[in-house]
Design a protein around this ligand. Structure first.
Ligand SMILES: O=C(O)c1ccccc1NCC(=O)[C@H](O)[C@H](O)COP(=O)(O)O
Length: 261
């Protein structure tokens, strides 16, 4: 079994357990359900930098990245740095994240927040809204076309933006539909961990203009972003490059200053 299949198998067990502990009506009672979400797609359309800075303690490909920081400090740092959005990994087993991280980031920042999660059930979309997210991620590699349609429509009904992630043309072709806001190309193969920024470049012409294009993973230089912008990308998801430092906010600030100057 590859790592993505393992993550999904564990996620199905985790979600089944959660649903037995916290019901949907209980989630829907959260005050966050009344909050007006901020559209990351709209912010990216207007942004000069387009940086979506990620909170990521560890990962299957890199093991421990940074376990020592408070998510509130990271969220404040990214916000002060001028990031267009923040991504918060909420998976516990493989990334060391949690829903507490999401709600704490929300309390510390007013920029759009992406719940970075392996969504395999509508329940997790209500959870994202209830814990303060503005955007959900849907990963084409783990969902059918019907699931992408249902989940993206549920998210839109809750006022959330949808970032659909693909890694190859087959995933892209099965996924294109009007209920998506952003098309993300993951430069990392989630089954082998191989990273190649050329994947974003080669898929760029296949993404219709109505979707905001986002390039994800393995980005560590301003020059790489300048290059990707030439291929129409408006958003750039960066995790490890910031999180491996003692002060991710300061690293993001230096990076964004270098990018827009
Ligand atoms: O990062 C991993 O090792 C990973 C493994 C399996 C599934 C997903 C994984 N990462 C999620 C992401 O997409 C990245 O955290 C995100 O794009 C940022 O990537 P990076 O800038 O390379 O940290």
């Amino acid at each position: 079994m590859n790592i993505l299949d393992k993550i999904v198998a564990d996620k199905r067990k985790e979600v089944a357990l959660k649903k037995s502990l916290v019901t949907l009506p209980q989630l829907e009672a959260s005050v966050m359900m009344e909050r007006t979400s901020i559209s990351l797609a709209e912010v990216l359309r207007k942004s000069d930098s387009g940086i979506i800075a990620e909170h990521k303690r560890r990962s299957p490909s890199k093991s421990v990245i940074n376990q020592d920081l408070s998510v509130q400090d990271v969220a404040k740092g990214y916000t002060d740095a001028g990031a267009s959005g923040m991504s918060v990994l909420t998976d516990g087993k493989y990334f060391g994240g949690s829903l507490d991280d999401l709600i704490l980031a929300r309390a510390s920042s007013n920029i759009p927040i992406l719940r970075k999660e392996f969504i395999i059930d509508e329940y997790q979309i209500a959870e994202a809204k209830a814990y303060g997210a503005d955007v959900i991620l849907l990963i084409a590699a783990i969902l059918s076309k019907e699931e992408i349609k249902t989940f993206s429509e549920v998210a839109k009904g809750l006022g959330l933006d949808v970032l659909l992630e693909v890694h190859n043309e087959e995933e892209l072709q099965k996924s294109l539909m009007p209920s998506l806001d952003m098309l993300g190309v993951n430069n990392r193969n989630l089954k082998t961990f191989e990273v190649d920024l050329d994947i974003s470049k080669s898929l760029s012409t296949k993404i219709p203009d109505e979707f905001v294009k986002v390039s994800e993973s393995g980005i560590s230089s301003v020059d790489a972003i300048r290059d990707l912008k030439e291929f129409g990308y408006r958003g750039f998801l960066i995790g490890e490059n910031f999180m491996k430092t003692d002060d991710p906010g300061a690293s993001a600030k230096k990076f964004i200053t270098g990018l827009i100057s």
